[in-house]
Design a protein around this ligand. Structure first.
Ligand code: KIV
Length: 272
């Protein structure tokens, strides 16, 4: 059991800022349903992200692009019902904020009204500035996401490390500064060199949460199915597996099948 669960107060964006200020690392993990969100919250997670990675690990799509606003709202509602303490962030799916800032605001308002989550996350820097500003004007906290941004996979062409080149690294630093300046409360940096991520975390006053961005940032996020060993086909270098639930589940299900086939289940005590 985690030793970081004594403070039962609800995590807020303000408390994340205070954590950065006192050097306490922020824990963040994805969840997509009520039962897992409840377990993750009870373990003491600071932030639960209803990621659009639901597209991959829940729906079996190759990319995050097919995810719809209605689907994110369904997952968001389910997660919020299971959470008491963690800050719940819902990803804005592809196509709901990039083109038109009024549509972005309408999408964010639907997420907040229908899921009761605490805030939204969206991908990109200067190119989505107008959308972020409009959402912030409505009092909705926004978490940014830079570096490898999976909704732009068709532009990048691969999931390799981003911002290795100077020009891309400089653009990332500029975008991070902009996101802080316009009012984002935190930024996720995905799959970029550790030195670059640490530089951003040192310069900016808002929390920087990394995934594949090294240990010099203010917190870490992973996809739940990856770190619990449910999604076995995915093993990038940055991933640490904390359990092999894939094997545990397959073995348990195989044993159940055997017990049914051999009439071992149900026994006399397991019937009325
Ligand atoms: O959708 C997601 O799970 C994410 C994380 C990878 C940060 O955005």
């Amino acid at each position: 059991m985690s030793t970081y669960t004594e403070d039962k107060r609800k995590v807020t964006t303000r408390r994340l800022l205070e954590m950065k200020q006192r050097g306490e690392k922020i824990s963040m993990l994805t969840a997509y349903d009520y039962s897992m969100a409840k377990l993750i919250d009870e373990a003491g997670m600071d932030v639960i992200l209803v990621g659009d990675s639901a597209s991959n690990v829940m729906a079996g799509n190759v990319t995050t692009l097919p995810m719809t606003l209605d689907q994110m709202i369904y997952h968001g509602k389910s997660v919020v019902r299971g959470v008491n303490r963690a800050l719940v962030v819902v990803d804005m799916p592809f196509g709901t904020y990039q083109g038109n800032s009024k549509e972005a605001l309408a999408s964010a308002i639907r997420i907040m009204k229908e899921t009761h989550a605490d805030c939204v996350k969206l991908e990109g820097g200067a190119e989505v500035r107008e959308s972020i500003e409009r959402i912030l004007c409505a009092g909705i906290p926004v978490m940014g996401h830079l570096g490898l941004t999976p909704q732009s996979i068709n532009k990048f062409g691969s999931y390799t490390v981003r911002a290795r080149e100077e020009a891309e690294a400089n653009k990332l630093i500029e975008d991070a500064r902009l996101l802080q300046q316009i009012g984002c409360f935190a930024i996720v940096l995905e799959k970029i060199p550790a030195t670059l991520a640490a530089k951003v975390a040192q310069e900016l006053t808002i929390p920087i949460i990394g995934i594949g961005a090294g240990g010099g940032v203010d917190g870490q996020v992973l996809v739940m199915h990856d770190m619990l060993g449910i999604n076995k086909g995915f093993s990038p270098r940055f991933l640490r597996r904390y359990a092999d639930l894939g094997t545990i589940i397959t073995d348990a299900v195989a044993k159940y099948i055997e017990d049914v086939k051999t009439s071992d289940f149900p026994n006399e005590k397991e019937q009325y």
